[in-house]
Design a protein around this ligand. Sequence first.
Ligand code: GDP
Length: 295
Amino acid sequence: MFDNLSDKLDKALHVLKGHGSITEVNVAETLKEVRRALLDADVNFKIAKEFTTKVKEKALGQNVLTALQPGQLMVKLVKDELTELMGGDAAGINLQGTPSIILMSGLQGSGKTTFSGKLANFLKTKKSKKPLLVACDVYRPAAINQLHVVGDQIGVEVYSEPENKNPVSIAQNAIAHAKSNGHNVVIIDTAGRLAVDEAMMAEIENVHKAIQPQETLFVVDSMTGQDAVNTAKAFNDRLNFDGVVLTKLDGDTRGGAAISIKSVVNKPIKFIGTGEKMDAIDVFYPSRMAERILG
Ligand code: GDP
């Protein structure tokens, strides 16, 4: 995960660590390399620039030049800032409702259906919940089947109405079904498109309004870099979602989405997907991710 970024940051900070005496020029050069590493990881220019400006201010404020271990101090400042940029503390998921309703949104192929299954499995096995999965994609019968396959795999009931073409009524019926059958979490998988389009947005907005979920999660493929951030912005403008799920972090992803999405939409990353299997889900901890990136 983020190997390239880790290597580059390591090299950038290594220079500073090796110096007996540190000068302002060394610090400036290091920060320039850090910025380059972030840009290479597909972090947008403005965020990368702000990042290094903040680290520089802190470095000067903490007298990095006269510190006993200036290299170590710089690594810490970069790590702290990276943690902050990715959201600071871990954000929890709201499971207050009876049942708690979780609405999944995102483009087709982002990993929405897979993640719906992973989340149901996580809540069932780790939080002793009784989830209900709901197939609300009224366009692709294959998507409904896919959710049934996932549900069978993890032993979670799947609610679908293949003949019903109205996602709002499917979602409402599913919630009624959950209430009368003792399900305390309802996870609604919605239809995605290959790109942001008005019909999709209007549809999910309607479902969102009608069912008032406790949690609306936006699922995005981390491999798509800056596009992931732009798509997040488009969905957030319409849904004001509660959190982000970054999928496919097991792939050769550069890291830009993980690093910049929080500061663009001001919503936390709540979970990550790290594989195709049902247990490849992790709660997102910004500090652990920063630790991992900086080694
Ligand atoms: P949806 O169209 O948004 O519902 O996306 P799917 O859940 O069908 O996922 C699209 C593809 O991505 C499938 O082949 C999944 O197996 C794969 N996928 C989903 N999440 C992950 C992940 O975290 N890692 C990897 N490597 N593949 C994933």
